[in-house]
Design a protein around this ligand. Sequence first.
Ligand SMILES: [Zn+2]
Length: 485
Amino acid sequence: MLLYNTETRQKEPFTPIRPGTVHLYACGITAYDYCHIGHARSAVVFDVLVRHLRHTGLTVHFIRNFTDIDDKIINRAKKEGRDWREVGETYIRAFHEDMDRLGVRRADYEPRATAFIEEIQHLCTLLIEKGRAYATPSGDVYFRVRSYEPYGNLSQQSLDDMSAGASTRVEVNEEKENPLDFALWKSAKPGEPFFESPWGPGRPGWHIECSAMTEQWIPLDIHGGGQDLIFPHHENEKAQTEAALGTALARFWVHNGFVQINSEKMSKSLGNYKTIRDILESFLPETLRFFLLGKHYRSPIDFSFSDMEEAERSERRLYQAVRDVRAALGRAKWKDTPVPEEISLEWERRVAGYTAALDDDLNTAQALGELFALVRLVNKLLENKTLASSQKAKELFENFLSLLEVWQEELGILNDEPETFFSALRDIRVRRKKIDLNEIGLLLEERSTARKNKDFARSDKLRDDLSAKGILVKDTPAGQEWDLA
Ligand SMILES: [Zn+2]
C-alpha cells in the first residue's frame, strides 16, 4: 500500500516497523462539546484506514485519546456550574454515541489525559534534565523550541519565519525565553482543577499528553489527525517525544483535509457550524459516511444539503442493486448463454480497481467509483432477459454478493438489509421534507376506501392530491404502497 506522508510530502510504500503489526495513533477530541462534521470526517477516514489494513491481514493496534482536561472543559464547567470531570464524561459519551451511529469502530485503546499525569510529569522532568525545557518561577514548564533543531520540519516552516510571525501573534509572556516556546505544564490559577507536581499545582499542556500516551508504542507506524493538527499540535508532539526519548514518534504522518460548509470555512462564529447530531436529524448516518468517503481523504470536502442528497441517491442505487441481485439469484434454472467478453473483462478490471484504489493512498472516492461501475454492469445484465438468466451472470451476481461483504467490512457501508434501508430512508426523508404523516395517512385511507367502492374517479383524484404533496402511490396485489417522489 502507498500512503502519503506529510513529513516527506510524498506517497511512500507502507510496511509496518514490526512485521505483521501496525501501531496507529490518531488524536481524539477535547471533550467539551458535541462533535461536528470535521470530527466525523477524521473518525471515518481513520476507521477505514484501520479496516483496510486489517483486511490485508495486518494486526492493527489502534489508539485514540480523549483530552479530558483543558481550558475549554474548565470554562464550560464553570459556566454551567458543573464539575469539570462530569463535562468530560458527558462529551466522551456523546462521542461514542455519534461515532457508533456512523459505524466508526471503537479504538483498541482510548487513553485519557488525566490517567497519564505521572507519565506526563516524567517527560517534563526528562526534558528539563536534558536542557530542552525549563520551569518558570510561576510554576509553568515550557519546551525550549530553539533547543530542538528539526523543529518545523513536519509543518515545513523555518524557525526564523515562525519567529517573525510569532512576534505579532503570540501573546507576550515575560517568563518565556522565546515567544515560540510552548507549555508542557501549566500552573493552576485559583479555583482551577490541579494535580500536584514538582513545579507546584498545575495541569498538563495539551500537546504533552499525546507524547506520554504514545510512549509505550513508539515509533508508531502511523500518527494521524486532521490537517489543522499539523501545526502546532503534531509539530510539538514530535519535538517533545524525540527530544526527550531520542526515538522518532512516528514513521508516517497522515492528515485528512478540512470540511467546508457551502464553500465556506465552518466556524462557530459564522453560524454555519454543523454537529453530527444536526445532520442526522435530516439524513441517515450511513449516508453521511457514504458522503465523506466520496472524496479523497486529503482533499477538502464541501458539505451541503444538496451534496448529501446526491450521496443519498447514489447510496440508494447501490442498495437497489443488492436487492435486484438477490432477487435475480432466486431463479431456479440457468442457461448456457455466453455473456459478452467486454462485460466479464470490465468486471475483473473493476474488482481489481477497487483494491488498487484503496492501496493507492486510501482513495475511497476511486474505490466507490469502481463499485458504481460494477453496479452498472449488474444493471446491464439484468436489463437483458437472455443475459440475466445465463450461468455466467449467476457467477457474477454471486461474486457481487461476496464483494458486498468486503465493502461492508472495509468501507463500513451497505450494512443494512435493503428493505430496512429503504424504510429508514423513507422515514428520514419524510422528516426532512416536513411531511405531515397524519394527513398522508388519511388521504391514503380514503383512497383505499374509494378503490374498494370502485369509485375510481375519486381514487384517481386522491392519487393526484398525494402526488402534489410529493407522495407516489403504487397499487400492488398487497394493496397500496407509497413512497416519496
Ligand atoms: Zn495529539
